[in-house]
Design a protein around this ligand. Structure first.
Ligand code: FPP
Length: 245
């Protein structure tokens, strides 16, 4: 296995040498809108229910020994949605960040945000910075919120920074990787997408080169411990060869 295949080159086990447990689980939380529609409710209520599913999942992931959990909370493409939905999501971020960070801090979670954060209003940026600073010392689980995140944009940002700092020299994979948004976070071992769609939608494009996928038909608000365990069980049965025979 080469270093690039291994991500950061760190131990990929769950910490105790258990290779059947993913170290980093990444989730595309899809299906909030359809969950709401099925019940005749506005889409934002689906996002609210999605926020509760996220809270549950953070607790479950921590209990089950997952060291890194990343979630796709807002993509660079989500700005195209109706402004009422975008405003509703911003409202939820505010509420969640203000109300839930203390709880996460008490549970030993380090909270991080990746993406083009400067597109967000100043008050959200302040709460984001506070949350990151307050929880920096925690090491039970890292929860990485991908907001205004796009995998192509992330690679583009890394290349732009590389070319600027190194206009003539050769460029290696490691140099590029070190300029991604969270270079110290190991690549996702397991990438879960709920909502029944079978695509990656611009999430962790570079980092997911060797991730295992688990697609669930469940809408995100219905996602709970059982479905997470089903994904982990499926992962434990995979034979990860990283291109080797
Ligand atoms: C995709 O479902 C989900 C999103 C675009 C937003 C995810 C947001 C949350 C889970 C809520 C809160 C998060 C935080 C960090 C407070 P969709 O709307 O595309 O669903 P659909 O495919 O059924 O329309």
């Amino acid at each position: 296995m080469t270093d690039s295949e291994r991500g950061t080159g760190s131990d990929q086990s769950g910490g105790g040498g258990d290779f059947s447990l993913p170290r980093h689980v990444a989730i595309v939380m899809d299906g909030n809108g359809r969950w709401a529609k099925k019940r005749g409710l506005p889409r934002v209520i689906g996002h609210q229910a999605g926020m509760k599913a996220l809270e549950r999942t953070i607790d479950n992931a921590k209990d089950l020994g997952i060291r890194y959990l990343s979630v796709y909370a807002f993509s660079t493409e989500n700005w195209k949605r109706a402004s009422s939905e975008v405003q509703g999501l911003m409202g939820l971020f505010r509420y969640y960040l203000k109300g839930k960070i203390s709880q996460m801090h008490k549970r030993g979670a380090r909270v991080r945000f990746v993406g083009q954060l400067n597109a967000f209003p100043d008050d959200i940026l302040r709460i984001v910075t506070d949350a990151e600073e307050r929880t920096r010392g925690n090491s039970e689980i890292d929860v990485i919120f991908c907001v205004n995140y796009g995998g192509r944009q992330e690679i583009l940002d890394a290349v732009t920074s590389l070319v600027k700092s190194n206009p003539d020299g050769p460029i290696t994979e490691e140099m590029l990787r070190n300029r991604l948004y969270a270079p110290d976070v190991p690549d996702p071992d397991l990438l879960i997408r709920t909502g029944g769609e079978l695509r990656i939608s611009n999430f962790w494009l570079w980092e997911s080169a060797y991730s295992e996928y688990f697609f669930s038909d469940m809408y995100w608000p219905d996602f709970g411990r059982e479905e997470l365990k089903r994904a982990l069980d499926s992962y434990a049965e995979r034979d990860r060869r990283y291109g080797a025979a």
